[in-house]
Design a protein around this ligand. Sequence first.
Ligand code: PMP
Length: 407
Amino acid sequence: MEFENKFSKVTKSMKSNIIRELLKDAANPNIISFGGGVPDPETFPRNELAEISLKVLKDEYKFTLQYATTEGDNELKKQYIKLLEKHEHIDWLNYDNMLITVGSQQALHLISMVLLDEESYCAVGKPVYLGAANAFKQSFPKFLEIPIKEDGMDLEFFEAKLKELKNKHEIEKLKFVYVVPNFQNPTGVTMSLEKRKKLSELSKEYNFLIVEDDPYGYLRFEGEKLPNIYSMNPERTLLLNTFSKILSPGLRIGIIIGPKELIRQFTIAKQSADLCCPSLTQRIAARYLENHDIIKELEPSLKLYKSKKDTMLEALKVEFENTSKVSWTKPEGGLFIWLTFDESTNTMEMFEIARKKGVLYVPGESFYVNEIEKNHMRLSFCLPSHDEIKEGIRRLRSVVEDYKKVK
Ligand code: PMP
């Protein structure tokens, strides 16, 4: 049968997640992958999770083996409210300000379904997290790409765009700006406090929402913690959190926090997507939070990530210091370093050489929606060992040298 003419418009527009395609070889033991943003499995508290799983299956089977409500497990929400009170000084939340989602990825998808359509504008970073761009693209909006600087989004540029939209009488079509303020994926860059405040003011002045995606905020291993935008502007901000980087991505638990009218609409959209999140993993996460200071317990993982980040920065210095045409970010947390080569370099073209030499990265062009830049790459330092990081960066230098010869 010919399937093509059966597909919907949205299906025809869909592309496979390029990162997942490119990184298929990552499991090959001869290859060093700086590709996926996956946590080191040694950081998963597997024994505690095994104990809790057994207990909630036996003692709470009427909940854990049953359908849950679409809104999510109130036990989990209760524990999460406590966590936000303690660590973010957010003390006004009720259960109806929160929706439990299948990771933050589902939150991004629901936001796209509920807020965007073809006439809408949404503002995103340039570069932007690929998974968010793909989720938003499903509603065919117009993207405003806002350059990312060392201290986060270029708000002067954004403000000029806002004025343009206002002059064109299209400002109401701007639904939201999407930001990853802490250790952004893919650049590793953090938005300064001044910019957080400024963005919050702009959202009031021009009447748009802020989607604050914060999977990495608790993975800060140096520098000073900054308040989230949600705490400054709860009426207009949707805060997306996830357990993927602080506990385990296998649980597939995320959470949207925001105004209850919006949460209600996301809940209705979620009903038709999957009825509810798995009861079992929600309750496992709830009991884990109840019995553990999850943020305190991240300390050894943060030490590990910091040391791997230092190893990678040092290796980059050793291998690329004398090449003035390469620069890189120096993140204070998270999982990623962003490399920028001279403009004649195309990291997608270079990828085949890298694969042959046994090192993988994510070509930067994956992270742009309108104007594509080809001279960047994203490196993740969390999964390979220290020796692999050093060897991988050595291989990368040789990849760049070979690429320059054939160009
Ligand atoms: N947002 C960002 C910025 C991410 O980097 C990721 C994962 N790489 C996600 C959302 C999705 O994470 P999850 O669905 O596992 O919560």
